[in-house]
Design a protein around this ligand. Structure first.
Ligand SMILES: [Cu+2]
Length: 150
């Protein structure tokens, strides 16, 4: 039996979905092409909590050997707990819990101000062991910056 009390929430859900769809179309265009895109994996150490303005998504990620700085030099990024204040509208960051194992992709844009945004995220099995949990060093396994000759 469909009653009015059931139709109301369904209509509301439909409105929310279409609003989100419009929103995601809008924000694809103005976002400039990123300077770089990286995929890494790690464990969620903090999630955004309503009513807690200081909270945000923070993920302890594995080292990123090919991470490139604003000058285009490969400097690598060591394994660390990194803040991700922004996720693309298609990424369901709200459902994440502390301790979740995830693989994710983020885009870095240096100008006009450095910014980074998670554009894809998938859960990994809970028992995934990351390099920082396996006792591997934090340092990126990149070649020395000085050896990056032509
Ligand atoms: Cu990082």
């Amino acid at each position: 039996m469909i009653t009015n009390s059931r139709i109301g929430p369904l209509l509301a859900a439909g409105l929310v979905v279409s609003t989100l769809a419009l929103h995601s179309c809008k924000r694809e265009d103005p976002r400039p092409a990123p300077d770089a895109t990286y995929t890494t994996q790690g464990r969620v150490v903090m999630v955004p909590t309503p009513g807690s303005p200081a909270s945000l998504l923070k993920i302890h990620h594995e080292s990123i050997p090919n991470f490139t700085n604003a000058q285009g030099r490969v400097i690598g990024m060591k394994s660390h707990a990194m803040d991700f204040p922004t996720a693309a509208s298609g990424v369901d960051a709200a459902s994440l819990r502390v301790g979740d194992a995830v693989r994710f992709t983020f885009e870095v844009t240096w100008q006009p101000v450095p910014s980074w945004i998670i554009t894809q995220l998938e859960r990994l099995p809970e028992d995934t062991r990351f390099e920082f949990e396996a006792g591997l060093p934090d340092e990126p396994a990149t070649a020395r910056p000085d050896s990056q000759g032509g």
